[in-house]
Ligand binder design. Structure first.
Ligand code: HPA
Ligand SMILES: [Zn+2]
Length: 331
């Protein structure tokens, strides 16, 4: 099964590129930029990744990214991830990035964009890996700040495949960002949002109704609301689920308790993703493997999940067709 899952062409729709920063690269960049890390070693950093909830993770996530300062750093970060992902059979990556987390440290947007763009082109050329870019707003920051970031990103609007919404969910409902998402819609930029990870099912409804999103990131708490589940099924809304993330952030206690089998049984369109692979103990393949071990899913289930990811990705027709063909050939 490992061999089969490794060779399945996998599209990843839910990844925070800053969450792909492995401790080894964190230390290398800290040295290059003469930054003092709060960890004595790579091992000590990994040992600190013991989270009780989303916020306890976010604290280390924002601290970790302090080593990212130059365009070269952002290039190296993304390229390091693209190489690893490609090595485990990932053919397309849609990456969230958090401009506010960099602007607030004095890192200008062009630095981030230049580094990520260079890496995307290199990945296409050297690995045959395609990618999409999702500019995320930090929901625990003011909506006015998000609006300023969207306007500041004007030179890059054409490069954005979508805008998204991440960071601390509880107490920061999607409705807070209605104006920003309306502006994105007017600009013709698609929209996604994290909802129903730690927040209630109502946030999923709100993201659909008020932000007009085309996908829900996580969304696992929809099961608490049967009418919402029926709606997600009827409207064919895709959830980008991250099982190992949900275990590490204690959304569920054990992978065996994960709602994925119930979501699948309910007829929802699902994809499997890594979220923050450097912090949550594994990439896309590890997430697929964990599902196989926990749920005993057959090859057909994984083919369906991989197919849904290709369908729901921000891809041009030609690339989408090519990936569908690749999937059919590997199945
Ligand atoms: O898993 C996450 N949830 C919300 N915000 C995030 N920002 C990075 N990772 C995450
Ligand atoms: Zn996420």
């Amino acid at each position: 099964m490992r061999d089969f899952l490794e060779h399945l062409p996998k599209a990843e729709l839910h990844l925070h590129i800053e969450g792909s920063l492995e401790p080894e690269l964190m230390f290398a960049l800290a040295e290059r930029n003469r930054i003092q890390l709060p960890y004595a070693s790579v091992e000590q950093a990994r040992a600190a990744y013991d989270f009780s909830d989303l916020q306890s993770f976010l604290d280390l996530y924002y601290r970790g990214m302090s080593v990212l300062r130059t365009a070269e750093d952002f290039h190296d970060l993304a390229m390091d991830y693209f190489r690893r992902a490609s090595g485990e059979g990932v053919v397309h990556v849609e990456m969230h990035f958090d401009p506010q987390a960099h602007l607030s440290r004095g890192i200008p947007l062009p630095v981030v964009m230049e580094g990520l763009s260079l890496a995307r082109r290199a990945a296409e050329r050297e690995l045959g890996l395609s990618s999409a870019l999702i500019m995320a707003f930090l929901r625990d920051r003011p909506a006015e700040e998000a609006m300023q970031v969207l306007e500041r990103a004007a030179p890059y609007w054409e490069m954005l495949d979508a805008v998204g919404l991440d960071s601390a969910e509880r107490g920061n409902p999607p409705a807070k960002f209605v104006e920003v998402f309306e502006r994105a819609r007017a600009l013709g930029i698609p929209r996604v949002a994290h909802a129903g990870e730690e927040g209630p099912p109502e946030y999923i409804r709100e993201a659909l109704d008020r932000l007009d999103v085309c996908r829900i990131d996580h969304g696992v708490r929809c099961l608490e609301d049967p009418a919402l589940v029926a709606r997600l099924r009827d409207e064919g809304i895709v959830l980008t689920v991250c099982p190992l993330s949900n275990v590490r952030l204690k959304v569920v206690e054990r992978i065996e308790d994960h709602p994925l089998p119930r979501l699948l049984e309910a007829g929802l369109r699902l994809t499997i993703n890594s979220d923050d692979p450097a912090y949550f103990g594994g990439g896309v393949l590890d997430n697929y493997l964990a599902c196989h071990q926990a749920f005993g899913w057959s090859r057909e289930v994984f083919i369906e999940l991989a197919g849904t990811a290709i369908e729901a990705a921000f891809l041009g027709n030609e690339r989408r067709l090519a990936l569908h063909r690749q999937l059919a050939a590997s199945a």
